[in-house]
Design a protein around this ligand. Structure first.
Ligand code: G3I
Length: 324
């Protein structure tokens, strides 16, 4: 059986993937597996809903890129995760370097959130409202939003999102939470700030951009997820990939086995935690991934190789789901 079917039988809501906008339009072999709902019951646009794509200049909204994946989800009957509203990156210069005060930046955020959420109203299972607001040293991440509002933009973002879509799940989403270090602790504080302000937050997304051989154990991952579910929010793995580092690529069989075990630990930890709703991989084939561009010489982080063949990691994920 395929991964989404196995995942739902194991009690998860979905097993999903990010969709590369241009690959999904130009590569039929790529698209065929995206369209297999028994494999991926959930999709998320890799880039198309980000601020630079949806409002590249002030007041000009364009949904051509974001609609690619939304249309795929509708045609296939897949859950759509929506990504992302407030983020320091892929944020156009007009926002990034504007000279804003609280009033003017609130208006800009409200207009953005209103227009984008209204366009996708009724289509998103969840929205990543706020993305990557904590840096890797465990400090609030510097951004135009932090400079204008301090931490007040955390509850502000969630209140605005709720105003324009009362039904979708509202998520905070970040990476390197999996290691349960200073960044994770600061993120617990972020959730508390939102909750104490009386603002709505439904979930925390663990991106899980991980490294073969350095992925925490299933038990430790589950413990970390529970730091958040104990605050009354759902959790999900939202951007899972596990890259080879310091390994010549294509990786030798032994490294691919290790990668498979790491994948099984991540997926297994979601199965172990009551409010872990699902797992999303950040792309499914090594033919297309953000990793080699950002970390040159590393990669092969996904479940299928670049010829669309299932890797050991795929088998390992299917086994852990089947065993649940
Ligand atoms: O679309 C343009 C194209 O027109 C141009 O010719 C080309 C030249 O560089 O760039 C293309 O844009 C690229 C875009 O991806 C679409 O492919 C950008 O340069 C590139 O920076 C961008 O990278 C994306 C990255 O976010 C940007 O931060 C990756 O695809 C995407 O996978 C990655 O995803 C993020 C999540 O949103 C948040 N969490 C981390 C994750 C990985 O970085």
């Amino acid at each position: 059986a395929q991964l989404h079917d196995l995942a739902t039988r194991a009690g998860l809501l979905y097993f999903g993937t990010a969709v590369g906008e241009s690959a999904s339009q130009q590569d039929q072999a790529y698209r065929r597996i995206i369209d297999d709902k028994s494999e991926f019951g959930q999709v998320v646009p890799e880039n198309g809903q980000k601020w630079e794509s949806t409002q590249p200049s002030q007041g000009r909204f364009t949904f051509t890129q974001g609609d690619i994946t939304a249309n795929i989800a509708r045609q296939n009957g897949q859950y759509l995760r929506c990504h992302t509203l407030v983020w320091h990156s892929q944020l156009p210069n007009w926002v990034r370097s504007g000279s804003w005060n609280r009033q003017t930046l609130t208006a800009v955020m409200e207009s953005h959130i209103a227009n984008v959420m209204r366009h996708y109203l009724g289509q998103c299972y969840a929205w990543d409202v706020l993305n990557e607001a904590v840096d890797d040293s465990g400090q609030w991440r510097d951004s135009v939003f932090l400079r204008v509002f301090g931490t007040d933009y955390f509850p502000l973002s969630f209140n605005l999102a709720k105003k324009y879509d009362t039904e979708t799940k509202l998520y905070y989403n970040d990476y390197n939470l999996e290691y349960n270090g200073a960044k994770t602790t600061k993120t617990v504080e972020l959730v508390q700030i939102i909750q104490r302000a009386g603002a709505p937050i439904d979930g925390v997304g663990f991106q899980a951009h991980l490294v073969v051989g350095s992925t925490p154990s299933r038990t430790n991952l589950a413990t970390t997820l529970r730091r958040f579910t104990s605050m009354g929010v759902d959790v999900a793995y939202t951007e899972l990939d596990i890259r080879h580092e310091n390994t010549p690529l294509p990786a030798p069989a032994s490294a691919q086995i290790t990668q498979g075990n790491d994948y099984a630990n991540v997926v297994g930890s979601c199965l172990d935690v009551d409010r872990c709703v699902g797992v999303t991989v950040w792309g499914y084939t090594d033919k297309y991934s953000w990793i080699p561009g950002t970390f040159p010489g590393t990669g092969d982080a996904l479940l299928y190789n670049s010829n669309f063949q299932k890797k050991a990691a795929w088998t390992s994920v299917s086994s852990v789901l089947a065993a649940a």
